[in-house]
Design a binder for this molecule. Structure first.
Ligand SMILES: *Cc1c(COP(=O)(O)O)cnc(C)c1O
Length: 369
């Protein structure tokens, strides 16, 4: 019983622990960072972080300081790195909470020094064209960082960058740029102990990019970072199962329209099952008429448009009753649709499917320690 209509994202923390262990062993690096930004890709940041730490991660990564402080407020003491900040940052709270600052501009380094940060990590743009200091500025950045270190300011504990995953040739060009950065940093007198470039894809497929630490995101949650191989094929276990009970069934005649715009009409007399999950809950409207839903041991396709709060499944003559669980995605090994099926139906990637599951869907945890 519940005050909401039974929506649920079940999170298997044992799967996150297993995935962390598997990826860490495969990468073989001295350190592994569990990336738990964006509420742990929708799985819950604190719970995911704890499961990943049990699985052998020894660092945590988030995007901003609010996310970092949430981990600290929950009592998590592992090193936390945050790498995108307000343009006029106030780093005092981060320093007090021992959150390590990832800094993508020379100005941010000055701000971190002014705030008394004991150590920082510099984010370099090796070609992605996103966050990070561009190559032309590396000599000046490293000279300034070394001068700050010598003056007793923040120690440069890490240098890092991020791959575009645009293809092996492009990734290797970024790897070469990262190695140029490491050479320049050394010449300037910096001795970073954490050099890191690889996210899940690099950790799995580009051994030379592993260095001292891999930053594991999507793989922790059981999904593949690349198109050509699935999470299951990599030995990963999907951590999230999205489901809701069927809240109404009705028998309708042939030719009955379904949902906004009547993009679906029943071909014959049929049973419609109503599932209380919609795009407000993260079910992509782009997957209208295409997304898979498993009910009573059979997989159907969403009938008509996904609405804000509800989705209809045309189950034909299949016996479906109110209260039967409708699973949108879970573990393909159990015959359930995968997040990747929804990604393909919506023209997006697994990352977006799991990360956008909304606030109205309670996360229910199992498999914890
Ligand atoms: C999100 C993110 C990651 C994790 O990437 P995955 O592909 O999910 O493993 C790693 N590094 C940075 C800088 C990120 O922003």
């Amino acid at each position: 019983m519940s005050l909401q209509p039974g929506r649920e994202a079940r999170i298997d923390l044992a799967a996150i622990e297993h995935n962390t262990r598997l990826l860490r062993e495969r990468a073989g690096t001295a350190h592994a960072m569990a990336v738990v930004k964006a509420n742990g890709y929708g799985h819950g940041a604190v719970e995911s972080a704890r499961a990943a730490l049990r699985g052998g991660a020894d660092n945590l990564g988030v995007v901003d300081l609010v996310e970092a402080l949430e981990l600290r407020a929950a009592g998590i003491t592992a090193p936390v790195l945050a790498w995108i900040h307000d343009p006029e940052p106030d780093f005092a709270e981060a320093v007090a909470a021992r959150v390590e600052l990832g800094l993508g501009t020379a100005g941010m380094l000055e701000a971190a020094a002014a705030a008394g940060a004991p150590s920082v990590q510099l984010k370099l743009d090796t070609g992605l064209g996103r966050n990070g200091v561009p190559e032309a500025e590396w000599p000046a950045l490293f000279a300034r960082a070394a001068a700050i270190e010598r003056a007793g300011g923040p120690r440069i504990r890490g240098l890092f960058s991020h791959l575009a995953g645009a293809g092996e040739h492009e990734d290797r060009a970024q790897l070469a740029a990262f190695e140029r950065a490491l050479g320049l940093a050394e010449e300037a007198g910096l001795r970073p102990e954490l050099r890191h470039l690889a996210a899940t894809a690099g950790a799995l497929f580009l051994p030379e990019a592993r260095f001292d630490l891999v930053r594991l995101g999507i793989g922790l949650y059981g999904h593949s970072p690349v198109e050509h191989v699935s999470g299951t094929e990599l030995g990963l276990r999907p951590a999230m199962t999205l489901s809701a009970p069927v809240v109404a069934v009705k028998r309708v005649p042939a030719g009955h329209g379904v949902s906004y715009g009547f993009t679906h009409r029943t071909e014959r007399e049929s049973t419609l099952a109503l599932v209380p999950l919609g795009y407000a809950d993260g079910v992509p409207r782009q997957a209208s008429g295409r997304g898979p839903v498993r009910i009573g041991g059979r997989t159907f396709t969403v009938a008509g448009r996904v609405a804000m709060d509800q989705t209809v499944v045309d189950v034909g003559d299949h016996p479906v009753s109110v209260g039967d669980r409708a699973v949108l995605f879970g573990d393909p090994e159990l015959g359930e649709p995968g997040a990747r099926d929804w990604a393909e139906a919506a023209g997006t990637i697994d990352y977006e499917i799991v990360t956008r599951i909304g606030h109205r869907v309670p996360r229910r945890y199992g498999g914890g320690a």
